[in-house]
Design a protein around this ligand. Structure first.
Ligand SMILES: [Zn+2]
Ligand SMILES: [Zn+2]
Length: 446
């Protein structure tokens, strides 16, 4: 974004200074004062959450803390929606329903940051009785923002009108938590949102800034398990077995030609086999193999082609290996979400509010669409006319964005790596950015 564009946005923000509830300059300083006042407490809360990460659908202690904090601010609270999800509602007069989501789950990663507040936690997970767990995607920061935003919005109730719905969501990393909440009664309790907002830390922006861009932001995704049948036997007599390890290997290689030979090359897609599980020992041919696939796409037709391709390649492998017809592959469709697309009007409104709150030089142009994914917008899946907005809050070092733009250099530790660190100024920045954005959606409904 050019400097001239920034100045234009600043003018736009100032031009809207006369809202029904408060002059934004007044609101701006009140948000800043409240967040500044709470910053030390927020950082302590963030560190506490960072030391105590909880895996997807196990976020019990985190959820309990959120529920307590929302109740203290006068929200109507419902817990245990979609296992551990929490919803808080603050009804504050007529106006739009604005929903804001934070995710709570951590990852099965052993932390290697060396921070004095690092996680040493282990927890049972799958077959591992002591899996190390880490907040390696910043969901501890997101939960901290949610708690502070509840406080700021409750204290500034005189400055906005409408209904604020805060959602603390489980299992974003599985792309299952938002859908679980919808399927487990979210809207028996919460009203339909007019706008749904989420913010996520990103180490490619400095921790005192945000990144925002209209249009496609994050890819649609599917997690699919493919179970290939085999006929097991002794490792010395493969000719009387049907070896699922060999069939799995053929399938993995065959899948790679779906992207390169079956899809329109102008349309982005990813197919990753993230796990190949089969067998237990050297001399036993197992009875099945499981491949755990991850798809990313922006176009629904690409998704359909990917899934059809996976099925035809898998079926082809079984035929090539003379598997009897009564042995069929099993497909388990797990986490799914559609692409995240920021609407033009919502992006412009948030951009003006963020420029006003943080300063023009702290609102950076969002990087091009990523093949990463989110599921927050699946909270709005029953309501296709709900508008969604995804904001990235910087969590990186001061030179992170400059290095990316000028040297094409990514930060050394991205999300989902053992060295991932949220730089602490991001804690206050996120709370200021989200409070300003939500206030704008209340005071200038679209
Ligand atoms: Zn993540
Ligand atoms: Zn994340």
């Amino acid at each position: 974004m050019s400097l001239r564009h920034h100045q234009g946005l600043l003018a736009l923000a100032c031009a809207s200074a006369f809202s029904a509830h408060a002059a934004p300059s007044d609101l701006k300083s009140q948000i800043d004062t409240l967040v500044k006042q709470d910053e030390a407490q927020m950082i302590a809360q963030f560190k506490q959450l960072h030391r105590n990460p909880e895996l997807a659908f196990q976020e019990k202690e985190t959820a309990a803390q959120v529920a307590k904090a929302l109740q203290e601010q006068g929200f109507e609270v419902k817990t245990a929606i979609g296992t551990t999800g929490v919803v808080g509602i603050l009804r504050n007069g007529p106006g739009p329903v604005v929903m804001y989501r934070a995710d709570m789950d951590a990852l099965p990663i052993k932390e290697a940051t060396g921070l004095d507040y690092r996680s040493n936690k282990v927890t049972p997970w799958l077959d591992n009785p002591s899996q190390p767990v880490m907040h390696a995607c910043g969901h501890d920061a997101h939960t901290t923002w949610l708690i502070e935003v509840a406080k700021v919005m409750a204290q500034l109730k005189g400055q906005w009108s409408g209904t604020l719905v805060l959602v603390a969501q489980p299992a974003e990393e599985l792309l299952e938590g938002a859908t679980a909440m919808v399927n487990n009664g979210l809207y028996d309790f919460a009203p339909k949102p007019d706008v749904l907002v989420a913010a996520h830390v990103s180490p490619v922006y400095p921790a005192d800034s945000v990144g925002l861009r209209e249009g496609p932001r994050l890819a649609g995704t599917d997690q699919i398990d493919v179970e290939l049948p085999g006929i097991g036997g002794h490792g010395s007599t493969p000719h009387v077995t049907k070896d699922p390890v060999v069939m799995g290997a053929m399938a993995v290689m065959g899948y790679q030609t779906i992207i390169s030979r079956m899809l329109d090359q102008s349309k982005p897609a990813v197919l990753t086999v993230g796990a190949f599980q089969a067998g237990v020992n050297n001399n036993i041919i197992p009875v099945s193999a499981t491949l755990k696939l991850n798809l990313r796409w922006y176009d629904e037709k690409v998704r359909e082609r990917l899934i059809a391709g996976i099925k035809s390649v898998t079926q082809g492998v079984l035929v090539m290996n003379d598997m009897p017809d009564d042995y069929q592959a099993k497909y388990t469709m797990k986490g799914y979400s559609t692409p995240v697309v920021n609407g033009k009007a919502q992006t412009e409104l948030a951009q003006a509010a963020l420029v006003h709150q943080l300063g023009a030089d702290k609102v950076l142009p969002g990087v091009p669409p990523l093949m990463g994914s989110e599921d927050f917008h699946m909270l709005a899946s029953p309501y296709p006319d709900t508008k969604v907005l995804f904001i990235e809050v910087g969590s990186g070092k001061p030179d992170a964005y400059k290095n990316l733009i000028e040297k094409k250099q990514l930060p050394p530790a991205m999300n989902h790596t053992p060295g991932f660190v949220v730089e602490l100024p991001a804690i206050a920045t996120g709370a200021r950015a989200v409070s300003a954005t939500l206030s704008a959606f209340f005071n200038q409904p679209l």
